[in-house]
Design a protein around this ligand. Structure first.
Ligand code: AHG
Ligand code: MN
Ligand code: MN
Ligand code: MN
Length: 345
């Protein structure tokens, strides 16, 4: 029976990616190895996030360990690391030790990291180790976002290798640390979701071939910035609340964790926006490791991602921490936003 097969024949993320890659005779398993190291980073962050509420007790997040007050310095007194700094270190070490990367860009590091020659491979990884960090202390979902480029030959890695349009990515994904730990991945042929089974320590395929609904009933934006929005953004949100064609008004959902907001958008449909405003003309979200990976996933799930001017994946970043406005989500809903920007001229 199909149901029995599901319980005994587990499709782990490694098995899934190996199957996918085996269609390419030239594949040497390098991507699978790289992904396994990313997965290790995600499992580590997941277990740290799950303990974050106990931070004061066990000393995880920037506090002096509680033991310090009852115990001399030598035993437990050292400062513990903040979760985003800790996550960053774990990902960098995991990626470098995979032996498959040559250049890394992290939200937490001002400069790109050039991997030492003896550990180099052909992949470039851009990532936000912990996104939504303002939500850590209240236990709301946060995540890790990553995008992967591949260099064509074994030249000395340079910034030019990562300052590539998002459409050149070979894979992108995120891991959400929520009520369960979910990893969503695309290698350019559809989008698949895997959920961590904590008892096995394995990500199991739970959301095969995710397709975003063509049109949605939800919009997601920080409406507190409305007074500084441009015309088309303001008009779109107005249409969500007071539709002119007699359709029902949309619901507003905004977590303030991009991973959570995009995950919901992917599964339920609708739009997620971080638009430009008068105070931040480029919006807030970073092109390489926030806008591109999420846009890559959206397009691969049948949705769209738009900057207010162009297809997001066509952007060519000039600096590794560049920002861009972003509108992404259901195909028809983004068409509506594109029409409003086109009308503006
Ligand atoms: P980070 O925690 O990595 O610095 O990024 C937070 C981002 C993103 O997750 C979210 O969509 C956005 O900030 C929320 O910004 P506002 O608080 O301005 O709405
Ligand atoms: Mn972020
Ligand atoms: Mn971050
Ligand atoms: Mn940050």
């Amino acid at each position: 029976h199909a149901a029995d097969a599901h319980r005994t024949d587990l499709m782990t993320i490694t098995r899934f990616v190996l199957n996918e890659q085996s269609k390419y005779p030239e594949s040497r398993g390098d991507f699978t190895i790289l992904l396994n190291h990313i997965v290790l980073g995600c499992k580590f962050v997941c277990s740290s996030v799950n303990k974050a509420g106990l931070a004061k007790l066990i000393g995880l997040a920037g506090e002096i360990n509680i033991q310090a007050s009852t115990c001399s310095n030598e035993c437990f007194g050292e400062e513990q690391k903040k979760l985003d700094v800790l996550s960053n270190e774990v990902f960098i070490k995991a990626l470098v030790s995979s032996g498959r990367t040559c250049i890394l860009v992290s939200e937490e590091d001002e400069d790109a990291i050039i991997v030492e020659p003896s550990k180099r491979g052909r992949y470039c990884v851009v990532f936000d180790p912990l996104d939504g960090s303002s939500n850590i202390d209240c236990g709301v979902s946060i995540g890790t976002i990553f995008g992967i480029y591949m260099v064509k030959d074994d030249h000395e890695p340079t910034l030019a290798d990562v300052l590539q349009p998002g459409k050149q990515m070979v894979a992108a994904g995120y891991c959400m640390y929520g009520s369960s730990c979910t990893l969503v991945l695309s290698t350019g042929k559809g989008v698949n979701g895997f959920t961590l089974d904590p008892s096995l320590g394995e990500f199991i395929l739970t959301h095969p071939d995710i397709r975003i609904p063509k049109k949605g009933k939800i919009y997601s934006v920080n409406e507190g910035n409305a007074k500084n929005w441009d015309g088309p953004t303001a008009k779109y949100v107005e249409n969500c609340k007071f539709p002119k064609d007699g359709s029902p008004s949309k619901s507003l959902r905004y977590i303030g964790s991009m991973v959570g907001d995009v995950h919901r958008t992917l599964l339920y449909g609708g739009t997620f926006m971080y638009p430009a405003d008068k105070k931040s003309p480029s919006g807030k979200l970073r092109v390489l490791y926030e806008v591109f990976p999420m846009s890559f996933l959206m397009e691969n799930a049948g949705g769209q991602a738009f900057t207010g001017k162009q297809r997001a994946l066509d952007l060519v970043p000039t600096k590794i921490h560049d920002r861009s406005p972003i509108f992404l989500g259901s195909y028809d809903d983004i068409e509506e936003i594109k029409a409003l920007y086109a009308a503006e001229g």
